[in-house]
Design a protein around this ligand. Structure first.
Ligand code: ADP
Ligand code: MG
Length: 452
């Protein structure tokens, strides 16, 4: 293994296409997919029935061959393998789990797991049985080891199928609707088994119909008509349904902004909502005196521009492409933004909360970077309060809406654990502020602040 083989992606897919020849003419099932998967990722592949998920996954496992494009897994150019090379490579590098388990009906559970080890000869004869029992233990199926598949339930068969997929200790597990034929309680068990595998280092690609399960993985790839819907758009708008996401992604073209150029400007009227797809964007607010203060940096998958659309129509901040590279964004107009938030209560609530937090956050940054004179003029209205040694200014768990600036003295920040024991996590001195966490969404105080 070369040293860079661990840093390169486990899977690199470039311009992957599959065109089926049908009596009615050519049919493009996968239409130019580009995806990289890093080691250790747990990726859910979602999309309507017929969108091309299985075709996509079958080209990764070598069950189907691409019409065009490249699939490189662990450095191996899988797309160019012959059938024989493919079978040998797959046996050692890939575990595959299907919707309908596909265990050999005439072999016992134990024999089903030993079989792939016999085919690949990675483990010695003596090791195979012991390893198979160990894998059965992992999926809690040792007691059924000597039964035939027909004697156990569907959920149990799927657990055995997972143990079989792990027989040759592959770095990658690919599963096509592994819970599609199971009730939700059993599906949950299979899913948590996958979570354990990911925690111990296996990379998993899982096609699923279950949106609730899909939400719990690291990463979601949404396929629509054989194409991947931009992942950052999916992430930004994760509260939408699959149909809404596909709808939004239709007909929007990414726009590119050069480094340092403004995308929106504070004070201007704005009627577009943006999702950042690529690069970084810096958020600035205007300061008294005319300078700009950077309050935030946005990453792909984050959105901006919602404050004007939900508020008075005027931009609350300036957002610029950062200096270190161009950014790409998609802009939604007010009409599609409004229809989105009308259709999705969750998105509406998420945005409302965000607007409130961003407002407070901007004010906080403005306050904390003011000099004493400017601070003085803001605080003219506010009366200083003096607290004595040992006094709790705010108490963890209490509901609070006040934000404090420390004018003199020192305070301790204390966190209480579930046994009620306090730990000193920080000490603040003159010029610091506290109490902002409760204002930024979570209304209960996250810590106790006590005069030192
Ligand atoms: P999904 O798994 O997302 O439900 P599939 O990948 O199975 O979708 O299928 C994608 C599209 O390709 C469907 O319209 C399907 O009818 C078509 N398709 C799949 N396999 C073949 C084939 N062997 N020949 C022709 N068309 C196919
Ligand atoms: Mg399918």
């Amino acid at each position: 293994m070369t040293s860079n083989s661990l840093t390169q992606p486990l899977i690199e897919i470039k311009n992957l296409r599959k065109v089926y020849q049908t009596p009615a003419g050519d049919f493009t099932a996968v239409n130019g997919i580009n995806v990289e998967v890093q080691r250790g990722e747990f990726v859910a592949i979602i999309g309507k029935s017929g969108s091309g998920k299985s075709t996509f996954i079958n080209m990764i496992t070598g069950i189907d061959r691409p019409t065009l494009g490249e699939i490189i897994i662990n450095g191996a150019p899988v797309h160019s393998f012959s059938e024989g090379q493919m079978a040998a490579w797959r046996g050692r590098n890939l575990g595959v789990v299907f919707q309908f388990f596909q265990l050999f009906p005439t072999l016992t559970i134990l024999e089903n797991i030993i079989l792939p080890m016999e085919l690949n000869k990675l483990y010695s004869k003596r090791e195979r049985r012991e390893r198979a029992m160990h894998l059965l233990e992992k999926v809690e199926m040792t007691e059924q080891a000597h039964k035939l598949p027909s004697a156990i339930s569907g959920g149990q068969q799927q657990r055995v199928a997972i143990a079989r997929a792990l027989a040759n200790d592959p770095p990658l597990l690919v599963a096509d609707e592994p819970t599609g034929n199971l009730d939700s309680k059993t599906a949950e068990k299979i899913f948590s088994l996958f979570e354990n595998l990911v925690a111990s280092g296996t990379t998993i690609l899982m096609v699923t119909h279950d949106s609730d399960l899909a939400r719990r993985v690291n990463r979601t790839i949404l396929i629509s008509d054989g194409e991947v819907v931009n992942e950052y758009l999916v992430r930004a708008l994760s509260t939408l349904t699959q149909d809404q996401l596909v709808e939004v992604s239709r007909g929007i073209k990414p726009q590119i902004f050069q480094p340092n150029s403004s995308i929106i400007r504070q004070g201007e009227k704005g009627d577009k909502f943006y999702v950042l797809l690529n690069g970084k964007a810096d958020v600035y607010i205007n300061m008294p005196g005319g300078s700009e203060l950077q309050v935030n940096q946005l990453k792909p998958g984050q959105y901006f521009g919602e404050m004007a659309l939900l508020g008075g129509g005027v931009r609350a901040a300036t957002v610029k492409a950062s200096h270190d590279g161009p950014v790409s964004v998609v802009a939604l107009n007010e009409k599609s933004f409004n229809s989105l938030i009308n259709d999705s209560r969750t998105l509406r609530e998420e945005l409302m909360g965000l607007v409130e937090r961003r407002n407070t956050y901007n004010q906080l940054h403005a306050v904390s970077s003011l000099d004493e004179k400017a601070l003085g003029s803001i605080l003219k209205e506010a009366k200083p309060v003096i607290y004595n040694e040992g006094h709790n200014i705010i108490k963890q768990g209490d509901v609070g809406e006040t934000f404090y600036l420390l004018l003199d003295g020192k305070v301790d920040i204390l966190l209480k654990d579930e046994h009620g024991d306090e730990t000193l996590v920080d000490q603040l001195s003159k010029g610091s502020y506290f109490g902002e966490m409760a204002l930024m969404g979570n209304k209960r105080r996250a810590a106790t602040v006590r005069v030192s």
